[in-house]
Ligand binder design. Structure first.
Ligand code: ADP
Ligand code: MG
Length: 321
């Protein structure tokens, strides 16, 4: 199969939408954005050996590369609209590409995203998506808008992907059923797009958790010039994981606070919005948990139920750290 067969047969098969003037096939796509909306642009790349194992299933890889980008849109309350996909592959294998494109277009369709372009080159396993989303004019959720007194909330369950990865490296043992649930989260993160859009009118600041909660909330604290108090015992995780007798408290805390690959949202909102946030979470079928408060300081303070201070060895993932 040639590069042009791949583009024509696998990629150039989608419906157009009203703002897309020109899709795949020319030198560049054309979008005519509607009035009253701000556009969001973001990109996230997966590299073989760094972000995925060489034997990854093509459907899992496709899901993840789009999902991590959708998660960036969710973090800003944006509605994802368009994506560009750049791939470097050693060969164009029909079965592999069929499985990859099926999963990619399935997830794209679920979130109303149209693939509008990309690049295809021979190379060593790199997958990059550029995503474009929109929010109503000046409504976006940003990292710099947290206020002292805000509640801190997280969506979903944290630490599962990190636990699965440590099990892959044989650093821990996990029962097969627990590992399977963790592995599902590592391979198939669920971007919290619907919740993010609901939060536009409810939250002050938001961010998605990709490199570990402690590090990622640190970005909100820095940008907003505030501090935080978090009770680590309130951070939601899989009950069966938390109850593993073979795991130390320190191991579990490390996954919850510094693990990475969660793709959940952390957001802050005034306590007056508690009921509205719980209602939004129910409408969007997204569990949310309150884990702490924003303070007037500049530091993140972690403690447990008994009030003991928790010191973290490592805040989160850093490619060059
Ligand atoms: P050019 O050489 O002018 O950059 P290409 O031959 O690379 O054009 O691409 C032709 C068309 O196919 C363009 O519209 C481009 O956006 C699209 N395209 C190429 N690769 C991909 C891909 N992996 N995913 C989506 N669209 C792609
Ligand atoms: Mg090109």
């Amino acid at each position: 199969m040639t590069e042009f067969d791949f583009i024509r047969l696998y990629l150039q098969c989608q419906q157009q939408d009203s703002e897309l003037v020109l899709g795949i096939g020319d030198d560049a796509a054309i979008i005519r954005p509607r009035n009253g909306y701000d556009l969001h642009f973001s990109t996230d790349m997966l590299v073989g050996g760094t972000h995925f194992f060489p034997d990854v299933a093509p459907a899992d890889l496709a899901h993840k590369v789009l999902a991590v980008n959708l998660s960036d849109m969710a973090a800003m309350g944006a509605r994802p609209r368009w994506a560009l996909l750049s791939v470097a592959l050693p060969e164009l294998n029909k079965d592999w590409l069929t499985a990859f494109c099926d999963a990619l277009f399935t997830l794209a369709a679920r979130f109303g995203v149209t693939l509008i372009g990309g690049d295809t080159t021979k190379g060593n396993w790199v997958f990059n998506v550029n995503i474009i989303g929109e929010t109503p004019y000046q409504q976006a959720l940003r990292r710099d808008a947290a206020q002292a007194g805000d509640d801190i909330w997280v969506s979903g369950l944290l630490g599962l992907a990190a636990a699965a990865l440590d099990r892959h490296w044989n650093k821990v043992t996990l029962p097969a059923t627990v590992f399977a649930q963790c592995e599902e989260r590592r391979l198939r993160p669920e971007p919290r797009v619907a919740l993010g859009q609901e939060l536009l009118s409810l939250a002050h600041a938001a961010q998605d958790i990709s490199d570990g909660l402690a590090q990622d909330i640190g970005h909100i604290l820095k940008a907003s010039k505030v501090g935080a108090e978090i009770n680590a015992d309130l951070i939601p995780t899989l009950t069966a994981l938390a109850q593993q007798p073979s795991l130390t408290v320190a191991q579990l805390r490390h996954w919850l606070l510094a693990g990475g690959d969660d793709y959940e949202l952390v957001f802050t909102a005034t306590p007056a919005q508690r009921e509205a946030i719980i209602a939004a979470a129910e409408r969007t079928h997204t569990p949310v948990t309150r884990i702490g408060v924003i303070t007037t300081g500049t530091q993140l303070h972690l403690h447990d139920h008994a009030g003991n201070v928790i010191q973290l060895q490592q805040q989160g993932f850093d490619h060059f750290g």
